[in-house]
Design a protein around this ligand. Structure first.
Ligand SMILES: [Zn+2]
Length: 245
């Protein structure tokens, strides 16, 4: 689960309380993982299906390659996410432990260090000292983690959840071209998979761009362009190494 969702309730209360601009940063984590996963699923599976279809006319071979691509891709996404979130969490845990020991061994030094950070952010020297003192009395490790290291102590990484999330979004993306290939066999298959996948990608890019407050047209064009490139290349490779020729 992307880390920045942890503070969502807190941000919501703040927004309700004081002003009206809509911050989108808290959506980025979820969105980015979902778009990346689904985008990978569509592009890699559609390209695989088109490549195999360009080389072989057997519907069974094409669907088999599509299903194998879906499973392999979902597993590799899950493995990659699990490893990256776990190692990120290991690094953060080690950093926190280092900080905890340093606070235990040299509290006064750590307090001065924190005050310097607040002074650097624009607070007066005297006020910085007071803020550092009170925040350290309240939660010394939390204050240093947040303001010195830049991590949230209670936002624990969930590698398994992140892995499942990535595998699920990949699978949803990959299932789209696979369903089209299953529903439209024969000579219509390649144009149908290519066209529908480009539409899915454009939609995905548009949704991601609009949720992130960016240009929908550019967002849609970006993912469609790379998707088209990938499908064209694999079709070329499939034609070149065609099994039946
Ligand atoms: Zn420190």
């Amino acid at each position: 689960m992307p880390r920045d969702c942890i503070g969502e309730k807190y941000r919501y209360d703040l927004l309700q309380m004081s002003h009206h601009e809509i911050h989108r940063a808290h959506r980025i984590g979820w969105l980015r993982a979902a778009v990346l996963g689904a985008n990978d699923g569509i592009v890699s599976t559609a390209s695989l299906i088109i490549g195999v279809a360009a080389a072989s006319t057997s519907q069974a071979n094409i669907l088999l390659a599509g299903v194998a691509g879906l499973v392999a891709g979902a597993m590799s996404m899950a493995a990659g996410e699990y490893v990256s979130v776990s190692s990120q969490s290991d690094i953060e845990k080690a950093d926190l432990e280092l900080e905890r020991i340093s606070i235990e061994n040299d509290y006064e030094f750590e307090k001065e260090e924190l005050a310097k950070i607040y002074e650097g952010r624009g607070l007066e020297a005297e006020l910085s000292k007071q803020v550092a003192e009170q925040l350290m009395e309240h939660d010394a490790l939390g204050a240093h983690a947040r303001d010195e290291i830049g991590i949230l102590v209670n936002a624990s990484a969930r590698p398994v959840q992140a892995a499942l999330y990535s595998a699920a979004t990949f699978t949803i993306g990959a299932a789209l071209p696979l369903l089209v290939a299953w529903a439209i066999p024969g000579i219509q298959l390649i144009p149908a998979v290519a066209a529908s996948s480009l539409v899915f990608l454009a939609l995905l890019g548009a949704i991601a761009a609009s949720a992130g407050g960016a240009s929908i047209r550019i967002g849609a064009f970006r993912v469609t362009f790379w998707g088209a490139m990938a499908m064209a290349l694999t079709a070329g490779v499939g034609r070149l190494f065609g099994l039946d020729s």
